[in-house]
Design a protein around this ligand. Structure first.
Ligand code: HEC
Length: 204
């Protein structure tokens, strides 16, 4: 049902094409296709963010920051897979150069996307809204993530973080790279992979 909803939404969106907007992609393709991939990617990443935030908020409220780490640690990857399954045909991952869980380490294509965001941010002072790559039969949609104040509890300056939180993080992630962020920093990306077939089938 969800999938059908997304596709209908995407098709409805096709009418608003061709308004000469910049396309953030490393492949040459018609704006119509970019729009379709963008809509798929946005829907999937928004759904993931909603689920993660809901879980994080409840955990922080009921268990406090140390307990919430446990929830993030056990559930983040699970929730990511569940959202991908619910939408169907896609794969989702969160990744960053400064990753906490080694399972979230970027591959070479993801590293290229991360560099694109970092470079553009440095040159223009702004994060591009998305980036699209074509990789081995799939399109990869990347959504950049910024550090908000709630993130600082677990990703902030270690000197300002609760020592109990730091201890717990060290215990679970001895190689943790994901602290030292400031409000508004570029934290990493959500990657949504959509098979080329799905996009081709949906393109009129
Ligand atoms: C309660 C602590 C906590 C808070 C608050 C928190 N995170 Fe995390 N974050 C974690 C943990 C633990 C992981 C590792 C999850 C795993 O094992 O997959 C993580 C992983 C991530 C990752 C995946 C890449 C990596 O480093 O492994 C991203 C991206 C991320 N967090 C972004 C955010 C953002 C953005 C916010 C604020 C909206 C936030 N986090 C708030 C604890 C937290």
């Amino acid at each position: 049902m969800k999938r059908a909803g997304i596709i209908t939404g995407v098709l409805a969106g096709l009418f608003f094409l061709g308004c000469g907007k910049t396309m953030y992609t490393n492949v040459d393709m018609p704006p119509k296709r970019v729009k379709l991939i963008k809509d798929f990617g946005e829907d999937a990443s928004k759904m993931l963010l909603k689920e993660l935030k809901k879980e994080l908020k409840t955990a922080l409220k009921t268990k406090g920051p140390v307990g919430a780490i446990d929830v993030c640690s056990k559930k983040a990857l699970e929730i990511t897979e569940e959202v991908a399954e619910e939408i169907g045909d896609i794969e989702i991952k969160r990744t960053s150069f400064k990753y906490r869980n080694p399972k979230n380490k970027p591959d070479s294509y993801e590293a290229e996307a991360l560099r694109f965001f970092e470079k553009t941010l440095k040159e223009t002072g702004k994060l591009p809204p998305y980036y699209i790559q074509k990789v081995n039969g799939e399109y990869r949609y990347y959504k950049p993530l910024k550090v908000q104040s709630v993130c600082l509890t677990c990703h902030g300056n270690p000197k300002e973080m609760d020592p109990k939180v730091l201890r717990k993080l060290k215990e679970l992630y001895p190689q943790d790279k994901a602290t030292g962020y400031k409000l508004g920093d570029f934290r990493g990306v959500i990657r949504v992979s959509i098979p080329e077939d799905v996009i081709k089938k949906s393109c009129l």
